[in-house]
Design a binder for this molecule. Structure first.
Ligand code: ADP
Ligand code: ZN
Length: 623
């Protein structure tokens, strides 16, 4: 279809802008001025008569409305000819005067309809047409009926990607699994000679931002092959049939560029299970999906075209897509662990200047749960902060602030709370922190703050996990629940009243208790039984797992056990905070003054408060 790729790129629509219209209008006005009035002197009829009498008119054409001609002009001593135009007046002496002066003249009958027609119809229509074309081009080729079905937009191969496996860090297992694909793309002949079967489709499964697109690009970069990048949602257009045509075009082009990689981002937008929509099928998507299946089947994989898809919801995909010969190989792209995060930070830190004492390992330790994209964002934010502070290199304070920002949304210092709300929030957060400093198995507190950030949260207490946890003991989980309840219990003790601010804490606490009973077998009564299978993606476990594998009776007992854990924790926290009520109030007071208390300060503050109140410092874990 598109034989020559260069040509295709030339044909790509230019960006439409208001300048096009302005230039078009300017041009039109100039044209009109020229046609109507091509550099002529506009003179009155009486002037014309005078010029005739002086013998300065050389020749003239007379139409029924105007007189146009050449006249002689004396300007700064030199004579030159100029064109003039004058409106014609009914003057019976005109011809006589012209003849008496010996001036050449000719009559014209000019029919006005042509000009009128030209200016009031042809030109406006032309302009409308031009604008129409520009506007349609702007909204993309698919909305123009004329380019219907041709996936011109973004569909071109990226070559010389300059992305290698060195740019992808922290997901070594996935990289290893893709090594074979690279070998194949590099030397397809070798594999063909051996008669080996190479997968056609590879599905990258992982959360957004874990680096799936980057990984696919790196595979193309390592193998040195062209890379076609399309998003699943781009296929689904408003006209039925466009998506299918796009798929056809895509495979056509890939065919000519083989060996190459086709990458389809958000495969789930396109490959959602057919019939999964309760409102009835989505014709267009189904057609597109069918076309994709047809193309994949009709493709000879030994040609060297690898189709990579990415999704974060593999269980949503139509099972037809996962059959042998299609996306039959799945590569899981995990969230990076501590070492992985450090490696990713290293990759992105190359691009900025860091202070010498920066410890990427400790930054990685502060960012559990961050994916590659978050970490890239973090380095960038920190660099921006350093620039704003006119620093020569990025230091730890910038990183810490950037982490806080990304973790909890931007600080909204301007948002005001009334005094009562402030008091409640201060006591709530102090409650969390005080419990965390008093129980034996808590992560140290990094910061308490009552500066609202993002939506919903009025304050927050940040704990600093020292490492990623894969194993947790029962007492650790119980301590976690206690810390979560600390906020609400503090409100209750101080104000004898509770606010809506603790809802999220309660949810999390209940969630932990539920896991303890149902999955970890940590409840005495229910014993060593698991009532829930891990959420395995459906395509791995095969078929739909029934969601409940126990009786109503058991369900009630589980609920009772969960409630018991929460209740016990509640009493424990209440006893603890009641005993340290003065300390709690002291902390809240300091917090209201300072708005933020950092780890070191908190430790000192707690020591002082304990001394002042004659309590012995228990496990003050603040760091
Ligand atoms: P996904 O496709 O999984 O949503 P992307 O590949 O688009 O994620 O990742 C977005 C950006 O985040 C990348 O361009 C890269 O800068 C950064 N990034 C993500 N994962 C990694 C990683 N493992 N190593 C290095 N950078 C990463
Ligand atoms: Zn809370």
């Amino acid at each position: 279809m598109f034989k020559d790729f260069k040509k295709l790129q030339v044909k790509m629509p230019k960006k439409f802008s208001i300048w096009h219209i302005i230039i078009a209008f300017g041009f039109f006005i100039l044209l009109q001025m020229y046609l109507m009035n091509p550099g002529v002197r506009d003179i009155t009829y009486s002037e014309f008569k005078k010029l005739v009498k002086e013998g300065n008119v050389l020749e003239c054409h007379i139409t029924n409305t105007i007189i146009r001609g050449k006249l002689r002009e004396i300007e700064r001593g030199t004579t030159k000819n100029a064109i003039f135009i004058a409106a014609r007046v009914d003057d019976p002496d005109l011809v006589k005067d012209l003849e008496s002066m010996g001036i050449k003249y000719a009559g014209h009958y000019e029919s006005p309809w042509f000009k009128t027609f030209f200016f009031s119809w042809v030109i406006p229509l032309l302009i409308l047409f031009v604008i129409w074309r520009l506007v349609f081009k702007r909204f993309g080729p698919a909305s123009s009926i004329m380019t219907f079905g041709k996936s011109r937009g973004r569909l071109y191969a990226q070559e010389d990607l300059n992305v290698t496996f060195d740019d992808v860090a922290g997901i070594d297992e996935a990289k290893e699994e893709l090594q074979e694909i690279i070998e194949f793309l590099k030397t397809p002949e070798k594999f063909r000679a051996l008669g080996g079967k190479i997968p056609k489709g590879v599905l990258l499964v992982g959360a957004p931002g874990t680096g799936k697109t980057l990984l696919a690009k790196a595979v193309a970069g390592e193998a040195g092959v062209p890379f076609f990048n399309m998003s699943g949602s781009e296929f689904v257009e408003m006209f039925v049939g466009v998506g299918a045509a796009r798929v056809r075009d895509l495979f056509n082009q890939a065919d000519q560029k083989a060996p190459c990689i086709i990458f389809i981002d958000e495969l789930d937008a396109l490959g959602k299970a057919r019939g999964a929509n309760p409102m009835g099928g989505h014709d267009e998507r189904e057609q597109t999906l069918n076309q994709l299946l047809v193309e994949m089947d009709g493709f000879d994989s030994n040609k060297g075209v690898i189709i990579m898809g990415s999704t974060n919801r593999p269980e949503m995909l139509d099972s037809a897509l996962l059959r042998p010969g299609r996306f039959d190989r799945q590569v899981v792209v995990d969230r990076p662990d501590l070492l992985g995060r450090e490696a990713i930070l290293k990759v992105h830190a190359k691009e900025v200047k860091l202070e010498k004492e920066i410890n990427l390992h400790s930054i990685a330790a502060m960012t559990p749960g961050f994916v590659g994209a978050d970490l890239a964002n973090l380095v960038n934010e920190a660099a921006l902060l350093a620039a704003r502070r006119n620093k020569k290199a990025v230091g730890m304070p910038e990183f810490e602030e950037a982490i806080d920002r990304i973790m909890a949304g931007l600080e909204k210092k301007k948002r005001l709370m009334n005094k009562k709300e402030k008091e409640i929030v201060a006591h709530h957060e102090s409650g969390h922190a005080l419990v965390a400093c008093s129980v034996p198995h808590a992560d140290p507190i990094r910061k308490i703050s009552m500066i609202p950030r993002g939506i919903g949260a009025l304050g927050y207490t940040l704990q600093k996990p020292t490492e990623d946890r894969y194993l947790m003991t029962r007492s650790e989980l119980m301590d976690r629940i206690a810390i979560l309840l600390g906020g609400r219990v503090a409100e209750e003790i101080i104000f004898d009243e509770i606010s809506t601010g603790a809802q999220n804490d309660l949810e999390k606490a209940t969630e932990i208790a539920k896991l303890m009973v149902k999955e970890y077998g940590m409840s005495d009564k229910m014993g060593l039984v698991t009532f829930e299978q891990g959420d395995r993606p459906l395509f791995l476990s095969g078929g739909f797992a029934s969601s409940k594998e126990y009786s109503e009776e058991t369900a009630r007992e589980i609920d009772l056990e969960i409630k018991k854990i929460i209740d016990e924790s509640f009493h424990r926290v209440k006893a603890l905070l009641t005993e340290k009520k003065e300390i709690l109030s002291g902390m809240a007071k300091t917090l209201m003054e300072k708005e933020v208390i950092e780890g070191e300060e908190l430790k000192k503050l707690l020591e002082e408060l304990h001394k002042a109140n004659g309590k012995n410092v228990s496990v003050a874990q603040a760091s």
